[in-house]
Design a protein. Structure first.
Length: 329
């Protein structure tokens, strides 16, 4: 039976599942959950940790900073990177290399880690289920119901939860101060699964400083033709934070194999988001699942075929984690 420890990895809370036999070193994996209040304690992620440990893989499930409340920030990325470094440095980890698996917001962080050149020697493989690969495009999507494809603005209505996560993340990028505090209190106080989370920002009447006013103007905008103008009006620090959280920007730097698993009809992110990443990343393999809504499967006639496709991606990931080499496609 696996052994379970609650630890800190690079300052990040983690649950480590060690295989039940022997003392290592073992192949290792790090799992980054999506946006869920239960974080690493969610039964799905506990089950993943136990399952991988039973398969002989030392597994850490981590709570990236901010992600449990729906804030994807540079601190979330820094914490994930620190956890990867700390896990790979453990004496019970074989070869100083780990695989990274992520779901939804955690998948975005996994792809960002994959594109970190200074972590290249520490990564064996990455698997990302339902990531967001272009945060600028996601902001356009949640505010204007449009995404850009082949030079055209294409309609797409993202679910309200994704809108709320983008709003919470964007406001978390603001400089510390009273504006950030009041805006953050507003968006954190909204029901996680309520309707129209941006509506309150569209009617915001507070006396905001320039940086906060620019961000609220972007989040409150519904006109697709104004998005680029409002985005370009953001202070440089906010645009840098946004770009630093877009895996598409670092896709060419990836040196470990990447398994992308995405829904054909995601309720939050259009398929083009992952397809754009796969076109740029030389080591990415994309598996499209018909029966996914986002990261959760639906019952459908395609479910059995989809299960085989998902199993194939997981098997390739585990083979790379256990091996010092990877055969690619």
């Amino acid at each position: 039976m696996e052994r379970v420890d609650e630890v800190q990895l690079g300052g990040v809370p983690a649950t480590v599942f060690r295989p039940g036999r022997g003392s290592g070193p073992w192949p290792a994996a790090l799992i980054v959950p999506g946006v869920t209040r239960r974080g690493r304690g969610h039964p799905a992620f506990v089950g993943m940790g136990r399952g991988l440990a039973a398969a002989g893989v030392l597994t850490a499930v981590v709570d990236a900073p901010g992600l449990t409340v729906g804030e994807l920030t540079p601190e979330s990325l820094a914490g994930t990177r620190a956890a990867v470094e700390a896990l790979s440095s453990r004496r019970d980890v074989r070869g100083g290399r780990v695989g990274v698996a992520g779901v939804s917001g955690g998948a975005t962080l996994a792809l960002l880690v994959a594109g970190s050149e200074d972590l290249a020697g520490r990564l064996s493989a990455v698997i990302a289920l339902a990531p967001c690969c272009d945060v600028r495009a996601a902001l356009r999507l949640v505010t204007t119901d449009r995404y850009r494809q082949e030079g055209r603005l294409v309609p797409f209505h993202a679910g309200p939860f994704f809108r709320l996560v983008l709003a919470r993340s964007a406001i978390a990028w603001l400089e510390d101060g009273p504006d950030r505090s009041s805006l953050r209190a507003h968006v954190l106080g909204l029901d996680d699964y309520g309707e129209e989370p941006l509506l309150g920002l569209r009617g915001w009447r507070a006396d905001l400083a320039d940086d906060a006013r620019s961000m609220v103007a972007l989040l409150a905008n519904v006109d697709p033709e104004r998005f680029d103008e409002l985005y370009d009006a953001l202070p440089p620090g906010q645009r840098e934070a946004l770009d630093s959280l877009s895996p598409l920007r670092v896709a060419q730097a990836v040196s470990a194999p990447v398994e992308l698993v995405v829904a054909r009809s995601d309720k939050y992110v259009p398929l083009e988001d992952a397809a754009a990443y796969a076109r740029v990343c030389p080591l990415a393999r994309m598996t499209v699942i018909e029966s996914l809504e986002h990261a959760v499967p639906r019952v459908s006639p395609a479910a059995a075929r989809d299960l085989a496709r998902l199993d194939g991606a997981v098997v390739r990931f585990l083979a790379a984690v256990r091996s010092t080499s990877y055969s690619g496609r």
